[in-house]
Design a protein around this ligand. Structure first.
Ligand SMILES: [Fe+2]
Ligand SMILES: [Fe+2]
Length: 386
């Protein structure tokens, strides 16, 4: 354990006392914030609340929560008061030191300390004078990241042992919530990756690119928001829509990869991918997979009832499936396939308008036209590599 500097003079100490909150107020801050943090599901908001809590408790000018990026051997902060994301090599600076050694630091004069990373000050046009860093420890003892408080709000004052104790207290309360939210985000990210991969398997059977499912997911998301769904529903659709063609895993190559037109019998077989997808996905009790099941089942149904496999129409077709249908067709027409070149945008838009109220839900087509610039930006971002 490093010796913590406690060399402030008596006058300095009494001057500092004016810049400290009474313990009752500090406890109130801790209670208020830890209750809010415990209710939070979003990592970004947890980090932001933690930074605010630290800043208010010890009257820091800036406070940040740093996390570890093991893959790149860096520590980074996305929520720092007054700055954008900062990244530094894992062992550098005060925060890097605390994370690497699992020890808190109390620095009265940053410029006199060998661990000071002056580059960040230059980059952010800021002068670091006094610093506290406190590592966060997860349930099994490994280090998740660190708190860093920089400069007392009143220039000329330094952090004290008492500030360090309070920030340590805050770190130990909030650290548990931080870990569970990080875990939750990890699970959601893993889920998304699996779904996308499954979708890509379905599409790769029909020789489509991996980016096709990504684009369909993003288009669906934008269209859902445009249709007035809330962001949670839109996010759900974004995760479920890439699996619309998963049933193609069971369609024989001779049909899937046939360059020419399908015979009536082959087309009947091809249609089966909707029902096969539905059966694959509908076994699950998970909300997400049940949505995916309906999308797989109904993404070839048409608004006027002329689609397949059941020929249902209008709002009897699942909204998620209706949205996915527009996204899927838009993307398929704009992409090159073995049997056709990519269509020009004008031609695609004309077709969508023509099919408004026939193939497609008229309202979704209206939303599509309103959202066109954003949709085209997605198309550009996930363009297929030739
Ligand atoms: Fe399909
Ligand atoms: Fe597709």
């Amino acid at each position: 354990m490093l010796p913590l500097h406690e060399s402030a003079s008596p006058t300095q100490r009494s001057a500092n006392a004016l810049h400290e909150l009474p313990p009752g107020q500090i406890l109130r801050i801790i209670f208020d914030y830890t209750a809010k943090i415990a209710d939070e599901q979003s990592l970004q908001r947890v980090l932001s609340l933690m930074a605010d809590m630290g800043q208010q408790m010890i009257l820091a000018d800036r406070c940040a929560v740093w996390l570890i990026d093991h893959k790149h051997q860096e520590v980074y902060t996305t929520v720092a008061h007054g700055t954008e994301e900062i990244r530094i090599p894992i062992g550098s600076g005060f925060v890097g030191y605390s994370i690497q050694h699992g020890e808190p630091l109390l620095i009265e004069d940053a410029s006199a300390d060998y661990r000071h990373n002056a580059n960040n000050d230059h980059k952010t046009n800021y002068l670091t004078r006094t610093v506290i860093t406190v590592p966060f420890v997860g349930n099994d003892g490994h280090i998740l990241g660190a708190y860093q408080a920089v400069n007392k709000q009143s220039p000329g004052h330094v952090f004290t042992q008492r500030d360090l104790e309070f920030l340590t207290l805050a770190a130990s309360y909030a650290g548990k919530s931080l870990e569970s939210v990080m875990l939750h985000e990890e699970i959601v990210a893993t889920q998304k990756e699996i779904l996308l991969t499954m979708g890509q398997i379905g599409e790769s059977r029909s020789k489509e690119t991996g980016n096709h499912v990504k684009r369909v997911a993003e288009y669906s998301y934008l269209l859902a928001l445009g249709m007035g769904l809330d962001s949670e529903q839109a996010e759900l659709l974004k995760m479920a829509s890439p699996m619309h063609d998963i049933g193609k895993v069971a369609i024989p190559d001779s049909v899937l990869h046939k360059p020419g037109k399908l015979t009536a019998q082959e087309f009947e077989l091809m249609k089966e991918h909707t029902v096969i997808g539905y059966r694959l996905l509908n076994k699950s009790n998970r909300r997400l997979l049940r949505h995916a099941a309906r999308i797989a089942h109904e993404h070839h149904e048409r608004w006027d009832g002329s689609g397949y496999p059941r020929g249902i129409q209008g709002e009897a077709i699942d909204l998620f499936a209706r949205i996915t249908a527009v996204a899927d067709v838009f993307d398929a027409l704009g992409s090159e396939r073995v049997y056709k070149p990519a269509w020009e945008l004008d031609r695609i838009l004309a077709l969508l308008q023509e099919e408004r109220g026939r193939h497609f839900d008229p309202l979704i087509i209206d939303v599509f036209m309103q959202q066109l610039p954003a949709l085209l930006a997605v198309r550009e971002q996930y363009r297929d590599m030739k």
